[in-house]
Design a protein around this ligand. Structure first.
Ligand code: ZN
Length: 390
């Protein structure tokens, strides 16, 4: 979470606490930095501007996806276990099917430059490195020593390809695990992406649904969920606090649990997320609902009831392991197309922007004395000069 966002979250939490209300906990581990941001925006204006897209009348856009496998400097921990070109194409086919449900008319194609030979970069491949002899007071964070160079190392590679979405296949997605008193690092899903970043990070064991989710983030889609209560009881306490503070029940439900409403997507339902659905349903979050999912709470001396209908089949929700036919909505299609046609992803669909970046040397060698951060910044600047010509 960016520090400004964290500060805002803490401020909001503090205000709620001051009002005598229980505050939602801050966002849990996430694959994108935007969960806790909820901007005040003019959704109606956005929808009017992009009415054609929302009506399913968008022109076709084709976007290249360049898969870049990574490994450590010595070739170890490659991110290519079980991956073939056929597998990559099947992922893209699945993502395209999900994006087509909203008539987005955005089609992903595999970049012909894709090679399954990993780029060897320990810096780009690893989230963290193991502290082999941690102190008796070791914490997961001290055992898994964060690799501070990773984002710059990935950006320095990805920014050389302004005309493609670079998806890193990496094997160094680690989290610490203690077994028999000894710490080791074990693999995690390791997916990460954001609307401002220059790449998609993709760990082993994923597939086309997860790829659709991460590329969704890259094209400015937020999660359908926001705060993630552990149970209906917790959700009901949060709702009651907000209604006591002056929101209507519907406003409170939306402001707590609709992660993308404040981010220009108005047509996905609020999503109290996996844990609540699983605990309320008593049959896992994927299965059919065996009891009505209803939130009941008292505030201002009244009883309120809200039906819970999370958008479980939406690709930007966190039900990706369920065996569903996943979808996107017209609002999400409009948001992705705006990223491509009007915002920082224009080099993907306008060859003149990509050519400008290549002509400025975005892919060229830079002085070896520069740090990875300086190299990444220099490449980003070249792209920015083409996106925002003076
Ligand atoms: Zn995500």
């Amino acid at each position: 979470m960016p520090s400004t966002t964290r500060a805002r979250a803490l401020l909001v939490a503090g205000l709620l606490a001051a009002a005598g209300a229980a505050a939602p906990s801050t966002a849990l581990a996430s694959d994108s930095p935007d969960d806790d941001a909820w901007n005040v925006v003019d959704l109606t204006r956005f929808q009017n501007t992009h009415a054609q897209v929302l009506a399913g009348q968008a022109s076709p856009l084709t976007v290249k996806v360049l898969f870049v496998p990574l490994a450590d400097d010595d070739g170890k921990n490659p991110g290519t276990d079980g991956v073939t070109v056929g597998v990559l194409d099947s992922w893209l086919a699945q993502t395209n099917k999900i994006y087509a449900t909203s008539k987005s008319n955005v089609t992903l194609v595999r970049d012909p430059r894709t090679s399954l030979a990993p780029i060897r970069s320990t810096a780009a491949n690893n989230d963290c490195f193991l502290d082999a002899s941690p102190s008796p007071f070791a914490t997961p964070a001290s055992v898994c020593k964060k690799n501070g160079l990773q984002a710059a190392a990935m950006s320095d590679i990805a920014l050389r390809y302004p005309d493609a979405i670079v998806v890193f296949l990496r094997g160094g997605n680690w989290e610490p695990k203690k077994t028999d008193g000894k710490w080791t690092l074990v693999r995690t899903a390791g997916n990460w992406s954001s609307g401002a970043g220059s790449y998609v990070a993709f760990g082993p064991g994923n597939g086309g649904v997860q790829l659709g989710h991460e590329i969704g983030h890259y094209l400015h889609l937020a999660h359908t969920h926001r705060y993630m209560p552990k149970s209906t009881g917790e959700a009901e306490r949060w709702l009651a606090a907000r209604v006591e503070a002056g929101e209507t029940p519907e406003q409170a439900y939306r402001s707590l649990f609709d992660g993308d409403y404040g981010r220009l997507v108005g047509d996905t339902a609020p999503d109290p997320s996996w844990d609540l659905v699983a605990s309320a349903n008593g049959a896992g979050a994927c299965g059919p609902f065996f009891t009505p999912l209803e939130l009941v709470f008292r505030a201002k001396e009244k009883t309120f009831r809200l039906n819970v209908a999370p958008p479980r089949t939406n690709v930007m929700a966190y039900y990706m392991t369920c065996n569903y036919d996943f979808v996107t909505t017209p609002g999400q299609a409009a948001r992705m197309r705006v990223a491509l046609l009007y915002a920082n992803r224009r080099a993907l669909v306008f060859p003149v922007v990509a050519k400008c970046a290549y002509d400025k040397g975005v892919a060229g060698e830079l002085p070896p004395a520069l740090s990875l951060q300086m190299k990444a910044a220099a490449r980003q600047q070249k792209l920015d000069e083409c996106l925002h010509p003076k």
